[in-house]
Write a protein that binds this ligand. Structure first.
Ligand code: 7PJ
Length: 277
């Protein structure tokens, strides 16, 4: 199960760690593009040293209630960071965007993966993704970021999420995205109650059986606060537990804030899986 990300081919039968690099105003306190870019590259450099295979660069906050950002603003935030990381570091740069323009610009600056929490449903996104020739991650979200956590309901969350993702796969493949350049993501926390999220976590092997490599993100999320009673800043152990479960269930890419700790957990899982007895 190999996939090529802008010149870098990876074995997705193993678990890789993706470090989160947010380029939103709330993630770096002081403004100024140079400073912001420098800090983002510095953070990415540490993540690579800690064992990240991917860094995910995003300029739009999708937190519940977050203000929408214009396409130009997103381009201004993301472009210099994608360019600098792609040029300076040996890592696959993923661009976390739903915007066709940001996908095109990101690809031209050296990004290796398009990560879209809206599964390429925005105007022109599928066409832009096809043009770049890059692999895409299609994520499930129910509703829109502003309101998605208001009483989400499903007939059967695992079946509904799988059906949505396979519908998006069909649309993308029809438009020219090669089947072997698609990753799927159940979208933990995007229009889901704690019970929904843990049902999806339990069902990751079933998701795997859809035939596409999986990417998941649970790092520091509310679902972990709901079962531990911990605030965001105290969710590292729960995040590592969620990542460990993901690796055990065959997830290919694990998106996290804490790369070093997560890489250790993945190594322990891999050591067990390769041990002969
Ligand atoms: C995810 C994401 C996720 C993918 C965010 C946060 C919210 N992309 N972008 N999967 N989450 N593919 O990190 O808390 O779960 S932003």
């Amino acid at each position: 199960m190999r996939m090529k990300f802008a010149g870098r081919e990876l074995d997705l039968s193993r678990s890789h760690v993706m470090g989160i690099v947010n380029v939103t105003p709330d993630s770096f306190s002081d403004g100024g593009q140079y400073n912001t870019t420098e800090l983002a590259v510095q953070r990415a450099r540490q993540m690579v040293a800690d064992g990240a295979t991917f860094v995910d660069v995003g300029g739009e906050s999708t937190r519940p209630g977050a203000a929408p950002v214009s396409e130009q603003e997103e381009l201004d935030r993301v472009s210099p960071v994608v360019e600098a990381i792609a040029r300076q570091l040996d890592v696959v740069v993923s661009v976390d965007t739903s915007s066709a323009a940001v996908m095109r610009e990101g690809a031209s600056l050296g990004a290796g993966l398009i990560n879209d929490v809206r599964a390429l449903q925005r105007e022109g996104a599928v066409e832009a993704a096809v043009e770049t020739g890059l692999p895409v991650c299609l994520m499930h979200m129910k509703g829109a970021p502003g309101t998605m956590q208001e009483r989400p309901e499903y007939r059967h969350v695992v079946r509904d999420v799988a059906a949505f993702l396979m519908d998006r796969v069909r649309v993308c493949e029809s438009a020219g995205v090669p089947a072997d350049q698609i990753l799927l993501d159940p979208g933990f926390g995007f229009g889901k109650s704690a019970e929904h999220n843990f049902q999806l976590l339990a069902a990751l092997e079933q998701m795997r059986m859809l035939g596409y490599p999986l990417l998941v993100g649970m790092s520091r999320k509310t679902m972990l606060g709901q079962v531990t009673g911990r605030e965001v800043s105290e969710r590292l152990p729960a995040s590592v537990a969620a990542a460990t479960i993901s690796a055990l269930k065959g997830v290919s890419v694990i998106r996290v804030h804490d790369v070093r700790e997560t890489v250790d957990a993945v190594r322990v899982v891999e050591a067990m899986q390769s041990a002969a007895y």
